[in-house]
Design a protein around this ligand. Sequence first.
Ligand code: FAD
Length: 383
Amino acid sequence: MRVERLMERWDVLIAGAGPAGSATAIHLARGGVRVLLADRARFPRDKPCGGGVTGRALRQAPCELTPVVERVVDTFELRLGYKRSFRRTSREPLILMTQRRRLDAYLAEQAARAGATFRDGVRVADVEVGPDEVTATVDGEPVAAAVLVGADGANGVVAKAAGLDAGIVRGVALEGNVAWELLDRERYARTAVVELGSPRGGYGWLFPKGDHANLGVGGWSSEGPNLRDHLAVLAHAHGVAPAALTDLRGHRLPMRRIGAATPAAGNVLLVGDAAGLVDPLSGDGIYEAFTSARLAAEAILAGDLGRYQDALAGALDGHASASWTAKSALDRHPHICFWAARSPGVFGVVSGLLRGDVRHPNEARGLARPPLRLVARVARRRS
Ligand SMILES: Cc1cc2nc3c(=O)[nH]c(=O)nc-3n(C[C@H](O)[C@H](O)[C@H](O)COP(=O)(O)OP(=O)(O)OC[C@H]3O[C@@H](n4cnc5c(N)ncnc54)[C@H](O)[C@@H]3O)c2cc1C
């Protein structure tokens, strides 16, 4: 006798338990929705990431993050071509430093606490989008849900299955860790170092963590074959032998072209990297992951999925378009951008953007206005 297996049914299936997926699950579970949060990796798992949570991201976080914060950054050191540099310190914290292994496990745990069912080590596959429900397999078992949230990151399957993978360009980044003992602790403990000038379409960074620092380089995907060399140069510049770097790993940075990418269709919503929400200038995506998670959950809870796309555009497009402008200027005129960044008043705007007090560089007043306008002008220039 053939025994038919019963298909599990959920209100919402969330594919992927990074910050976007777990934050969506937390909001939905708090709203009384039956949620299955499924991730193919076994947790705790790492994710290539600088682990910098800006003040702006913190404001969108679905819960308190203090238990996984390892360092607080209030100082920026910006250098061009490993030559000229300057430092600026803010009176308030700018970035909280965590490790993704810890942050993501913690968020998934908070989702489970809020009432979501979290399963790790299970792959979501065979996605089929129907008019009334979505079916998929989770670890090979069939599952149906009224709504599917694609939170499966840069290499996910949901965007493709739902025909939502157009309009996204990809950068690439490579990073590694170095033991704290090998560094000048005074210089780095509260400082995010940003190295401008290479790779093309990006920058290098050094971020402090509890017992180590994270060094990385990222840029246009054409820089992929050169990233190891760029990382070695960055390491040397900070007195670290490249061989001392551990946990080397690379990952893609999906960035949507504004107006060209669609984050929702029917009963499928994309959040975070799956929707191509990485900031084109900074390469950050945790703020966008948390913001899209909140807006997707609000649309689902309101029973109005159609409002998600506009809500997302309203929340993120202004900032993203300013970032595309600045990236274009930085690519072609790094010296002008560096000069602008160190001009009087500009750090106030940059730190306001990082903290979330300033929404767009156009809000700059006084001395900061002329250099920022010049950056916008050279970005539009054709040469
Ligand atoms: C090198 C590097 C440095 C970065 N540094 C920063 C930084 O300092 N600050 C910052 O804000 N942003 C940073 N970012 C960007 C940030 O890491 C991402 O934007 C962020 O991880 C997006 O979160 P997410 O939840 O959308 O996707 P992810 O964190 O990628 O999570 C996706 C999850 O989906 C799971 N998954 C994939 N496919 C399936 C499947 N078929 N079934 C089930 N599960 C699946 C994966 O296992 C993963 O856990 C960095 C990115 C890179 C590459």
